[in-house]
Design a protein around this ligand. Structure first.
Ligand code: FAD
Length: 470
């Protein structure tokens, strides 16, 4: 593990026994942890490790409010934590911040079958919430590989993207309202039951994607679309990135409104998940693969469209081989090939991960450019991701972290992204790992405005310090 902590501790208070007694009086002794905190201090990538001595697990918004009010008065720094699956070091403390876990605030309050509006607390695990909504014919409009561990509050706080942004848009559109607790302890009710609500400033958006730096989200109102009756998934082999692009254009043209996901994996990424998890890929031996999913309401009509799309792609030589299925277990097996790529790469030594938006014409160039830059220093340079959203996950895996490799990659990767007018963080956020590079995607004026907002909402800077802004 590389602990990149070249950070000077902020001017915050130090915990003492009176603080512990206060927290115990608010949440009860058993909801406060002071030992075995490794799982809370270290992030998923094992690239950031804090030194927190205290985890608090409040059970209600009132308890969160009491904790933050106290911390603000005592100037104790706090790191809000959901499922701790974040990939930018935002969910773990950097120094000795108190970890505020949302784990116990996890009730599903209501699911309205007619409107699709689901109201829940922020500690609900994404997969559990999705399973509950499916019971009444709905789905949660966000889906990602970490669904069995991440919380919906973490998803909203990072404005998580995932596999179906192409279909449902990002969470700024699906979240109708939030309840949040400010650093002062003030509870702010921004809940709404309506898609259309143009009454003044849209304050909820401040909390969507602000990574726990402006407030702690405790409740969410989410618009859930109907579950599709007919789902088809194709796994395709292609010989060049040019053919990947043409296949994407054709998928949009032929599948139209039923296209629900368009992902790309290169050979190195597929090899990682296949070999690490001993999976069977339906086809192998191609430089590029695509997963193209349709979700509609009429299986035979959708399959007809799908077949026409595939026949055309094969006739033109763009698609070399492939398989299409409507069988749930096969669909799940194919998705695993894609969803387990990040996990496989991380478990294979150390992995430098970059989550960037790039113009589609430039999408894959950076993988080749990076391969040339790092040469033999890396085990594997590969790219996969949400092609349909212009979002590439560039991964450089190696035996272990070295400064030499790090310096070959950063800041070059961000400079390159900036030069082609991409975004240095497509969906994972800025967190701790990218805070020094925000300037590559935001103008000095916007960073200044972000600082003013932070100062206004959290004057003592107690909420998730060292994150997003440096
Ligand atoms: C295998 C794998 C696949 C992934 N795939 C994707 C993907 O496709 N798309 C994608 O966008 N991300 C992906 N991620 C990243 C990660 O899952 C998301 O960022 C997710 O939204 C984080 O949720 P979490 O509950 O784990 O939050 P955490 O990791 O605990 O926290 C993330 C950030 O949100 C803050 N936070 C958490 N909860 C709250 C709250 N209630 N109030 C205020 N702040 C809060 C934290 O302080 C931190 O800054 C993946 C991760 C893994 C491990």
């Amino acid at each position: 593990m590389k602990i990149r902590h070249n950070v000077k501790r902020g001017n915050y208070g130090f915990l003492d026994s009176k603080d512990i007694s206060f927290f115990e009086s608010v949440i009860g002794k058993r909801n406060l942890l002071q030992e075995d905190l490794d799982g809370y201090n270290v992030d998923f990538l094992r690239s950031v490790c804090g030194n927190s001595q205290l985890v608090l697990k409040p059970g209600s918004v009132k308890e969160v409010s009491a904790i933050l009010k106290y911390c603000n008065e005592r100037k104790l720094a706090v790191c809000p934590q959901g499922g701790n699956t974040g990939l930018v070091g935002g969910s773990v403390p950097i120094c000795d911040e108190i970890i505020l876990s949302l784990q116990r605030i996890n009730r599903i309050i209501s699911i309205d079958q007619i409107t699709g509006i689901t109201v829940c607390e922020s500690g609900c695990i994404l997969e559990n919430l999705d399973n509950k909504t499916r019971e009444v014919g709905l789905v949660v409009p966000v889906d990602l590989g970490a669904k069995s561990s991440c919380y919906i509050g973490g998803n909203v706080s990072t404005n998580a993207g995932g596999l179906r942004v192409l279909r449902y848009g990002n969470l700024h559109g699906s979240v109708l309202g939030v309840e949040a607790v400010l650093a002062s302890g003030q509870i702010i009710d921004l809940m709404s039951d309506f898609k259309k609500d143009n009454t003044g400033y849209h304050l909820k958006h401040l909390f969507i994607g602000s990574e726990g730096t402006l407030g702690v989200i405790t409740k969410i109102s989410l618009l859930c679309p109907p579950k599709s009756d007919a789902v088809h998934l194709a796994f395709l082999g292609l010989s060049s990135f040019d053919h990947v692009l043409r296949t994407f254009i054709n998928a949009k043209r032929y599948l139209g409104e039923i296209l629900s996901s368009c992902e790309m994996i290169d050979a190195g990424s597929l090899e990682a998940s296949v070999s690490h998890f001993k999976l069977n890929a339906p086809i192998q031996g191609y430089p590029f693969y695509m997963l193209i999913e349709s979700s509609g309401s009429n299986a035979s009509h959708d399959l007809e469209k799908f077949n026409e799309f595939l026949e055309n792609g094969m006739k033109n030589g763009e698609i070399l081989d492939g398989t299409v299925t409507a069988e749930l277990s096969k669909i799940q097996d194919i998705w695993k090939l894609r969803e387990l790529v990040p996990v496989a790469l991380v478990n294979n030594g150390y992995c430098f991960k970059y989550d960037i938006s790039l113009p589609l014409r430039e999408f894959y160039n950076i993988v080749n450019v990076m391969q040339d830059r790092v040469g033999d220093l890396a085990k594997c340079v590969c790219g996969y991701g949400h092609l349909g959203d212009s979002n590439l996950h560039l991964n450089i895996s190696c035996e272990k972290f070295t400064e030499e490799l790090y310096n070959r990659i950063e800041p070059f990767v961000f400079e390159y992204t900036c030069k082609v007018k991409g975004s240095i963080s497509a969906e994972h956020g800025i967190g701790f790992l990218k805070r020094n590079y925000l300037k590559y995607s935001k103008s000095p004026e916007s960073i200044k405005m972000m600082r003013s907002l932070k100062k206004f909402l959290d004057p003592n800077g107690i909420l998730n310090p060292y994150k997003v802004l440096n």
